[in-house]
Design a protein around this ligand. Structure first.
Ligand code: UDP
Length: 251
């Protein structure tokens, strides 16, 4: 389906994981390149709407999952109710659970120095046998080609890039030939949560759909980004109204 013209796939977590398993079983895509997974939230939709390069990357991605209640809300308004959120951090966790059983090799790229290593420790204790074949921080300006070469040398199957949107999507796309892995997933601030540097909203806040407010209170510098949410909601309401008007005219 589309939200404000931006692609979002109508998959729940189970279906997303089935897709990912099928991608990994098939190897590289038809062009011999990695497959890219985008976990898109309302801020991402807003960015893609204004950034043609990002929109094109979302369009060609192997999978675009609904990351956030704001996506589910919009999908419902637009007549395509989705079953559940498929967030970057939950997808990362579920992929690692399967990776431990299936032997997929994992690389963690992103966040401040030391955070990816701490996230790797958490994941390895959660999933014994998990092979994390490399970690690298996300502040690599000036040594970018060395980072790409290190990922390729590690022969990872799955690369998780926690560099923030849209940088991670653009970077993965630009380097899709050289990275050598089969699948790459943009996971935003997930390593910070896994490393314990940032606490995820408690379950009650998540159930009350207030995870966004928790993040805003924890990191007040995010308020500027939160300002796009009312604009996003107004644009979705307009799109839903236009859709209804079009349906009435045609019916
Ligand atoms: N980050 C990075 N390199 C950069 C900019 C950001 O590795 O050049 C990391 C940052 O440390 C944080 C993550 O990217 O861990 C971005 O998290 P945020 O929650 O802002 O991303 P979102 O989930 O909103 O895409």
């Amino acid at each position: 389906m589309r939200i404000l013209g931006v692609r979002v796939d109508e998959y729940d977590m189970r279906e997303s994981l089935e897709q990912i398993e099928a991608f990994l079983a098939a190897g590289h895509n038809n062009d011999g390149l990695l497959r890219q997974v985008v976990t898109i939230n309302p801020e991402g939709v807003w960015l893609a709407r204004q950034d043609a390069a990002l929109a094109a990357i979302v369009e060609q991605a192997a999978l675009v999952t609904p990351d956030g209640n704001g996506i589910l809300w919009a999908a419902r308004r637009l007549g395509h109710p989705l079953r559940e959120r498929v967030t970057g951090i939950d997808l990362l966790d579920e992929i690692c659970a399967r990776a431990a059983a299936k032997g997929w090799r994992i690389y963690l790229l992103g966040a401040q120095p030391g955070v990816a290593e701490a996230a790797a420790k958490t994941l390895c204790s959660r999933y014994p046998g998990l092979q994390i074949v490399g970690c690298e921080n996300g502040y690599f300006r000036g040594r970018e080609s060395a980072v790409v070469a290190a990922v390729a040398a590690a022969r990872a199957d799955v690369l998780f890039a926690a560099l923030g949107m849209p940088f991670q999507e653009k970077w993965l796309y630009q380097n899709r030939e050289a990275l050598g892995c089969r699948l790459a997933v943009g996971v935003g601030g997930s390593f910070d949560v896994l490393a314990g540097a940032v606490r995820r909203a408690p379950a009650l806040w998540q159930r009350l759909k207030l995870e966004w407010l928790w993040r805003l209170l924890a990191e007040p510098k995010r308020w500027r980004r939160a300002l796009v949410i009312p604009k996003y909601m107004a644009a979705v309401r307009r799109e839903a109204a236009a859709q209804r008007a079009g349906a009435q005219k045609n019916g």
